[in-house]
Design a protein. Sequence first.
Length: 182
Amino acid sequence: MKTQSNTLHKLGRMMLLVLFTLSLVSCNKETLDFNHPDVDLFVKQLKAGKYSTQSPDGLNNMPKFATEDIDALLKYAEDLTVIPSFPLAPVSYSAGGKLRLGECILWTVETIRLGHNASMGCKMVHTDAENYEGIYFLSDDEVLDAATRYRRWWEGKKYPRTVWTIDPCYDEPLCGSGYMWW
């Protein structure tokens, strides 16, 4: 009887140790706060294919980035790493082609700029696009050009527009580029 009691006691201690270890591991999991997201963690999760933030209503969609996040987002605009997925509204699609991190980050910046989703998918196309076929998608060099245009736009936004501002593209990053969000 005493041996059985010792065995149960050891088993109980072992179970407590396992539960304690599991609780420590789950505390270390990096989770992204939907309402106050961390750009670096968001990018890390996208690259690893482990984006895991849910909105308060339980949907897996975009975290609430704000204007204050644009500087941090633009650090990744030229990263052409192909990512496995990108969180968009449930009705969105990416119609084939590769999802490049930088292009999706630019979509995020454009969404902040507009105050609503920039498009149904995080792909830019040529302005003469008749549909959402791959032949209209931007090349890597064109995505890098778009990133430069967004960076230039953001730098220009730091200076107030005055009556002497003549730039017709002042608040349009893709103005004159031949690119658009589809």
